[in-house]
Design a protein around this ligand. Structure first.
Ligand code: SAH
Length: 370
């Protein structure tokens, strides 16, 4: 029986160094190979011309470089680009590239589906199937970088990565942290810490744990300024209510001067968009260095919500701005190809496991962080 090859996309720099040491090779060789992968998009060891033939053959026998398979790719009218990437067993996830004049942002998924069941999110209504491996997470950046002809430090097309695709990244902690390490490594995609953003629905213990190992930017899906409403929209709030969540956010920003937390707030008509909600939100935002990102709700089949009217969003923003709360309205991108926030649905099979798996992971996550 042949043993399975290891996928080098599953390792960060230290992991690759250790792997090469196990193969009896010098660790710096691992760094050479890493650069071939992420700077030159090589998937074939034969192409790595400055790596000796003996080592190339050895690597070929034991290792492979396998990014996710592109099942489908599509460009929106506004040049937003979406990939549907095949996982296993008929599942697929989405990755989305959002080009702007001064930056290019890739929105990356962390799980097949999501178990948190936020009521206004398409991914949340589909259920959870499984966590992505580190290779499947960094592989999304690899696929996009190759398509765009991105060369870290030289020809930068990819300037920012946001963990805002399908799934809850903090429930797939180790793989997400490892993939983010490759995003920020000079031999990987070479992005600055602040240009990698992790967005979470608010897993309090895991935010603290993230603070111990990483300095990435943190975005928090708030969506409501009081516990009753937030629990209705983001069921996780029952376990980690707003006061506890803000406590974790305060601890996260306290580690580094001049950083802030971005709070995402999806504007739902008649639900969370009243002036009273804006006033409640101001009180919360005064408790820590923060920014608010208002996201016009993006619709999807079967939802009971509607997008707030534009003038309502503007006056909500004005109330916050007048109180000194830095507030932006996120421009909707790629909605004609279902690539906008909350519209990603990939292909998620096996919904039946959702509740059981979600509870188990939540417990594991909490224990892990304890
Ligand atoms: N699970 C993580 C990552 C998802 S990020 C999190 O909750 O933060 C995607 C962002 O888009 C989140 O803020 C999410 O709440 C928001 N969102 C979800 N559905 C949406 C929709 N239909 N319209 C607009 N924003 C939505």
């Amino acid at each position: 029986m042949t043993t399975a090859k290891v996928n080098l996309l599953d390792y960060d720099r230290q992991g690759l160094r250790d792997l090469f040491a196990q193969l009896g090779e010098k660790p710096y060789r691992a760094e050479q190979v890493m650069k071939w992968i992420y700077h030159r998009h090589a998937t074939d060891f034969a192409a790595m011309t400055d790596v000796g033939k003996v080592l190339r053959d050895k690597l070929d026998a034991a290792c492979e470089i396998v990014p996710p398979k592109v099942l489908f790719e599509k460009q929106a009218a506004d040049a937003t680009y979406k990939w549907l990437l095949g996982m296993d067993a008929g599942n697929a996830i989405d990755a989305v590239f959002i080009p702007e004049s001064t930056r290019g942002t890739l929105c990356v998924s962390s799980q097949v589906g999501c178990g948190l069941a936020c009521t206004f999110c398409s991914t949340g209504t589909q259920g959870f199937n499984r966590n992505l491996s580190a290779a499947e997470i960094i592989g999304q950046v690899f696929v996009a970088g190759k398509h765009l002809g991105n060369v870290p430090h030289q020809q930068r097309k990819l300037t920012n990565v946001v963990m805002m695709g399908m799934g809850e990244p903090l429930l797939n902690f180790d793989n997400v942290v490892r993939a983010m390490s490759v995003m920020r490594d000079d031999l990987g995609f070479g992005l600055a810490n602040k240009r990698v953003t992790l967005s979470t629905a608010g897993l309090v213990p895991m935010i603290d744990k993230l603070g111990e190992v990483s300095d990435v930017s943190l975005a928090v899906s708030l969506h409501a300024p009081n516990d009753d409403l937030r629990t209705e929209l983001v069921p996780l709030n029952k376990k980690y209510p707003i006061a506890e969540l803000l406590g974790a956010c305060q601890r996260y920003v306290a580690r580094r001067p001049r950083t802030s937390i971005t709070f995402e707030y999806t504007m739902l008509k008649g639900i969370n968009d009243l002036p009273e909600h804006a006033r409640q939100l101001i009180k919360l935002m005064r408790q820590l260095p923060s920014k608010v990102n208002l996201i016009p709700f993006n619709t999807f089949t079967g939802t009971r919500y509607e997008r707030s009217d534009e003038d309502v969003i503007r006056s909500f923003q004005t109330i916050l701005l007048d109180a000194g709360v830095l507030t932006m309205v996120r421009r909707t991108r790629g909605d004609d190809i279902d690539a906008a926030c909350g519209q990603l649905k990939g292909q998620v099979l096996d919904r039946t496991r959702r509740q059981a798996d979600f509870r188990r992971r939540l417990e594991e996550g909490a224990q892990h962080a304890a």
